[in-house]
Design a protein around this ligand. Sequence first.
Ligand SMILES: [Ca+2]
Length: 545
Amino acid sequence: MSLMNVLLAFALFVLSALVLMAGGVKKRFVLLILLLVLGMIACEQNQQQKAQRPNIIFLLSDDQRDNTFGAMGHPFVRTPNVDRLLRQGVRFSNTYIAEPVCSPSRASLFTGMHERVHGVGFSSSYQMTEDQWSRSYPALLRENGYTTGFIGKFGVEYYTFRGRTAEKFDFWYAHDGWTKFFPKEHDSFSTRPYHDAEADIITPIMGEAISAFLDSASTAGRPFCLSVSFNVPHGSQTTSMYTGYEGWHDMIRPADENPRLRGHPVYGSLYRTIDFPIPGDVGTDPHRHIPRHVLDQDRGRKKTYKYDYAPGTVREHHIRYFQTITGMDRVIGGMMRDLERLGLAGRTVIIFASDHGLLMGEYGMGGKALLYDLACKIPCFICDPGIPAAKKGKTVDRLVSSLDIPCTILDYAGVAAPQEMSGRSLVPLVRGEESGWREQLFLESLFTLRDNPFCEGIRRGDWKYIRMFDGAEPYDESDVDFTGRKPAFEQLFNLKKDPGEKINLIDRYQDSRLLGTLRSSVKARSAELNARRARYLKTYECVPR
Ligand SMILES: [Ca+2]
């Protein structure tokens, strides 16, 4: 509450008391008029404050690992538009996703909770409920006067609402599942929403929708919150760039052989002539890193979304991966021009994140759902036009969670975060206030399809500790209560000396105080989250699926 509001409230209180005590009719009348005028001023103040709330655009990419924009230091990817946003914004260079796989990661971004608390994931037993949605950031902003929009991959609808998600937003141009690079060439529930677009390629199609939303929202007279969920550089998009030959799923031929892409400024020869290195451990034995009895790569993890990296195809996948990031950058550039054209740039906060990272051959593995930095660390930044020039272009290396993002959005909108959200607003970090920030961060991966184990871990200082347990599919609350259970496998990495997480120090530090402390921290946080889940189940209706 501003000082002006406090003074107004006090004046109203005093006047009300005087009216009650005043003797003569005339006196009462004069005081009542004064009361009315002050009430009108208070209302006006409130309206002005509401009108001053910023617009918010939350951009989410799909499977994009950290450090994959030019201004983040990537050696060759070209992303001039995002680079400009990074120069104007604040980057969070130690951001971890709450759950390193698509759908539960998104459920966590909406609800601000870890998967084991909200209970909605590929391997869990529950669906998202109306109750849960009503306390998500889009629902809360809509309830508080924001125009809300959603564009692109929603990714949670499988488990909820089923065809009725459009009702949850004022503007909806979106799909669930995996749409195609050329969606108009296919007829399915995930491609049909885009058949009326002008463009042919999915990312510029989303750009058209962004323009349409901004055009209408700019005249609506109230702030907006637009969530854009790009479905690149996900492997299912890059495989479908060129489907005109036998074995297209394996990306064995260059995509610019597709006549529709030949000569294209982004999807043609870009990056094809650069001699970039592919990971040195592509095609090596993954079980040297995580033993077969803990995660057998032959039980489904290989051959998934074409993340089965072999030396023959890994280069082509890298080229397409970075082309689609540049394609996304172009659409973001178009969005920035729209914001300028419509006079919105000075009052629109842009937040960027990815739903998780990706292994692209490192450790002899592909894919996600593990707690290696490459899979669970994400690019993240906030471009807030309200911060002073001296604060722009900074990098903050504090530990940040994707669960902080919904709290940040709510904070910008002046809406209180529900008590079950476990993140913290990043607004103080954006403004350069770092004191009292968290010193450690709990990580988890509860995706147990394809032989994946339950993983949980902790990041603190230079260290990351991970413990794994045999997975259950589907799992319920008792399966993720690890009290008294011996981990099937543990990892300890010193990220400062070994940023690639190749040297597991668990045996060397077996009896150390450091490892003892990290183990206790994981156990304590794991038990605390299970207790939160128990309380959550008592408070809100949770619906099995
Ligand atoms: Ca994803």
